[in-house]
Design a protein around this ligand. Sequence first.
Ligand SMILES: Cc1cc2nc3c(=O)[nH]c(=O)nc-3n(C[C@H](O)[C@H](O)[C@H](O)COP(=O)(O)OP(=O)(O)OC[C@H]3O[C@@H](n4cnc5c(N)ncnc54)[C@H](O)[C@@H]3O)c2cc1C
Length: 238
Amino acid sequence: MGEAAAVESLGGKIYEQSAVVNIERGEPAKVITEQGSVTANFVIVAGNAYLGGLVPELRAKSMPCGTQVITTEPLSEELAASLLPQDYCVEDCNYLLDYYRLSGDKRLIYGGGVVYGARDPADIDAIIRPKMLKTFPQLANVKIDYRWTGNFLLTLSRLPQVGRIGSNIYYSQGCSGHGVTYTHLAGKLMSEVLKGQAERFDAFASLPHLPFPGGHLMSIPFSALGAWYYSVRDKFGI
Ligand SMILES: Cc1cc2nc3c(=O)[nH]c(=O)nc-3n(C[C@H](O)[C@H](O)[C@H](O)COP(=O)(O)OP(=O)(O)OC[C@H]3O[C@@H](n4cnc5c(N)ncnc54)[C@H](O)[C@@H]3O)c2cc1C
């Protein structure tokens, strides 16, 4: 919300609820929505896990995944201190990792789980609550007040994908679940390259990116199978 306000304060215009359904490539390019279109010298594609097949070159080398979060009711000081005495934010070391922290009002916010292909799960608690209880059994009788799911975009190398398609379409995507900080750097790289300073952009753009094995049909089951293998290793602490 803060960033949106900053964009508008600098004269930018934001159009909500207006998904881009087609990009007509050319110089200039035309970006088309159901309601209208914008003609632009440069297009930045940053739709990440929600982009679908809009830019086929980008779909081929990334995979949308879902991850889920639950939030407990406010905990007593004593119970909260028994979970994270030093009030750290935690991301565990497993391949299929969990992440958690306390909120200001002493709720535990606990996330994890990966749904390859990013289907919305019918029951978020059923996925995350058992993970939370394995880490913190003392929360067995605690109520879950909030739950949500969202999508992030996975790449095979887990490195973000930055680049240029043709002469004037730029993209940044695929932070593989770690985009909160990186996307701010990406914004700077994009503004630098549009102003003619490509050195830092090119450093990221030169990273090699392979497609997920299995193509459009089989990449999701292949990845789920691979993840299962690594989750077994997690269980044995290998
Ligand atoms: C539950 C959850 C927990 C996470 N926790 C963390 C964390 O603790 N730390 C961390 O670093 N990262 C975390 N992530 C990942 C992080 O949210 C992402 O890496 C980051 O949001 C990616 O930023 P982005 O701008 O590339 O994409 P997004 O924030 O996904 O933004 C993409 C935008 O593009 C829009 N869009 C897509 N297609 C179109 C279209 N055709 N037309 C118009 N608009 C379109 C979407 O509506 C969306 O607003 C988490 C993700 C989830 C889902």
